[in-house]
Design a protein around this ligand. Structure first.
Ligand code: NAI
Length: 244
């Protein structure tokens, strides 16, 4: 497959870029000419001239600021921010521990605010694009996922409101809502029995889980100038699951 160079001379930050959807996004952006700072708790499998790692806990406002400073020090600017770091949580109210609820909201919602707060003044120098990785779980309920679903719903509406605030700075803000994605550390495909996997597959009209590369394709599109008239958009990629 041939690739264009939509990110030539562009600099991106990808949170949670050491694994799963984030790692595939880093590869895709680099293949299209970007230099990328991976901000993650854990280092990626490899770095290069175009890919740097900055150890970051996105739930720390101090770390978020240091991460943006590191990107500017290394690469001179920030054009693209992919807020991808996230954690899952199986729970049922009333058994759910408030500590766990708060941790899910810290990583999936508050951290996105901390990172955007740090990055937007730098991105506003030349404009750019923010892509938040939400989930179809933020669009409806699921059994046993109250904290996760509530956090992703909050992220979706944060995306819409942030898009309004950032429009005058030339920064577009959109969200991707993946359905069930295979091949990630956190994805349901990574855990459980064959019966569990089948239960996740049954409602997917396309009959299979998504791949990390398919998610990276959409993230790269939203981050590129091809999506220049899109802001505040919530894009679903779920094999048709929410079309039911
Ligand atoms: P993953 O578990 O493979 O990767 C997540 C990355 O985030 C890891 O590298 C982890 O170290 C990093 N991370 C976690 N907490 C962090 C923190 N406090 N600071 C910095 N980095 C942190 O997960 P996956 O599946 O690739 O998920 C990526 C995003 O996609 C998440 O926001 C998730 O909610 C979302 N998503 C995933 C789906 C799936 O089926 N895998 C479906 C829908 C949404």
């Amino acid at each position: 497959m041939g690739f264009t160079l939509r990110f030539q001379d562009k600099v991106a930050i990808v949170t949670g870029g050491s694994s799963g959807i984030g790692a595939a996004t880093v590869q895709r952006l680099v293949r299209e000419g970007a230099r990328v700072l991976i901000a993650d708790l854990n280092p990626p499998q490899e770095t290069s001239d175009a890919v740097a790692f900055h150890r970051t806990d996105v739930t720390s406002p101090t770390d978020a600021t240091a991460m943006v400073e590191a990107a500017v020090a290394l690469f001179g600017r920030v054009d693209v921010l992919v807020n991808n770091a996230g954690i899952g949580c199986l729970d049922e109210t009333p058994d759910l521990d408030p500590v766990v609820w708060n941790r899910v909201f810290d990583v999936n919602v508050s951290a996105v605010f901390y990172v955007c707060r740090a990055a937007i003044p730098v991105m506003a120098r030349q404009g750019g694009a923010i892509v938040n990785i939400a989930s179809v779980s933020g669009l409806a309920g699921d059994y046993g996922f109250t904290a996760y679903n509530a956090s992703k719903a909050a992220l979706i509406n944060y995306t819409r409101s942030l898009a309004l605030d950032c429009a005058h700075d030339g920064i577009r803000v959109n969200a991707l809502c993946p359905g069930t994605v295979a091949g990630t550390a956190m994805g349901v495909g990574a855990h459980g029995s064959a019966a569990d996997r089948q239960a996740w597959l049954d409602p997917i009209p396309l009959g299979r889980m998504g791949t990390v590369e398919e998610m990276a394709n959409i993230i790269a599109f939203l981050a590129s100038n091809e999506a220049s008239y899109m802001t505040g958009s919530i894009v679903v990629a779920d094999g048709g699951t929410t079309a039911h």
